[in-house]
Design a protein around this ligand. Structure first.
Ligand code: C2E
Ligand code: MG
Ligand code: MG
Ligand code: MG
Length: 289
């Protein structure tokens, strides 16, 4: 059943997780050809400064646009890509596409936006990960300091033998590391202690309960405070309503990401957003004092 997530067509997922389960094999076969057939897309969601609400970064999110099945959510096909090992090549494609795009916007708007790219556990196990990232950075000429790898906290440090080394390696390349979905895994504090993380992304399940569940509010406050004591920055995910914004701002959250500001956008729409921002800035500068 189609689930309408928003005004944009690319938000409509024709394939439900139930369907995917029943047709997993067929989807896996099709997924093998997705990259070669040009069916993958990258959409970008802005991250804004909590105080100024100015855009400071963006997260690259992959989409699969199948000619017959429609838009397929990463929640459905990333697990299939992981099972088949296709995630290694899909992940590299997403990274290269997003780095190229970030470089293009940097040149067009003179704006150094941070670029978040999600990494799967399977990629983090790869001994070639560092070579791949270094090559993509070289080929796209993006400043490594603008690239931030998002590592979800559900990845077990024990189960992924290369995880700690690979993340230190990425750090040595000059990339930043963000812990995604913070608070949902069983090992949040262990992650903080052992991984070279620059940023924590508070999971949307906590943000959603601001104004609803005082315990979750306390967790959000404590996470922000702990992160700051450890000299890490904090981004809140899934900021949907004004009340979330007020709370997060009041408690010193650094950056915000969510539908309240913007949904993930196709490159052409994101470009319009940046052009409009620049137009407003220039108009402000041109105003008589
Ligand atoms: P994530 O990395 O935690 O990404 C945030 C998800 O929250 C995205 O879902 C985004 O569209 C959604 N989101 C953003 N703002 C809001 C909001 O205000 N409310 C709600 N309810 N949702 C919001 P999306 O794009 O469907 O991606 C789901 C997950 O799939 C991602 O979670 C990430 O774990 C994975 N994923 C996406 N792209 C990639 C990729 O290129 N590689 C890998 N390995 N995983 C990816
Ligand atoms: Mg993420
Ligand atoms: Mg997340
Ligand atoms: Mg997530």
């Amino acid at each position: 059943a189609a689930k309408h997530e928003g005004r944009n067509n690319f938000q409509i997922y024709e394939v439900s997780p139930e369907y995917a389960l029943q047709h997993g094999m067929a989807l896996k076969t099709r997924l093998r050809h997705a990259e070669g057939n040009g069916e993958l897309r990258v959409v970008y969601q802005p991250q804004v400064d909590a105080k100024s609400e100015d855009i400071v970064g963006m997260e690259a999110l992959v989409r699969w646009e199948h000619p017959e099945l429609g838009m397929i959510s990463p929640a459905v096909f990333i697990p299939l890509a992981e099972e088949t090992g296709l995630i290694v090549s899909i992940g590299e494609w997403v990274m290269r596409t997003a780095c190229l795009q970030a470089k293009e916007w940097e040149q067009r708007y003179g704006l150094r936006l941070r670029l978040g790219v999600n990494l799967s556990a399977v990629q983090l196990m790869e001994p070639q990960l560092l070579d791949t990232v270094a090559r993509v950075l070289r080929e796209t000429d993006l400043d490594p300091a603008l690239l931030e790898m998002e590592v979800t906290e559900s990845i077990s440090i024990k189960a992924v033998p290369n995880l700690v080394e690979n993340l230190h390696g990425l750090h040595n390349l000059g990339c930043h590391i963000a812990i995604d979905d913070f608070g949902t895994g069983a090992a949040s504090l262990d992650y903080l202690r052992r991984l070279p993380a620059d940023r924590i992304k508070v999971d949307q399940s906590f943000v959603r309960n601001i104004g609803v569940d005082p315990d979750d509010e306390a967790i959000v406050r404590a996470t922000i405070e702990m992160a700051h004591r450890l000299k890490r920055a904090v981004v809140a995910e899934g900021v949907e309503i004004e009340q979330h914004l007020q709370f997060l701002r009041e408690h010193g959250c650094d950056e915000l990401q969510g539908y309240l500001f913007c949904r993930p956008l196709q490159p052409v729409s994101f470009d319009k957003l940046l052009a409009e921002r620049q137009r407003l800035l220039e108009a402000r500068v041109a105003e008589p004092a």
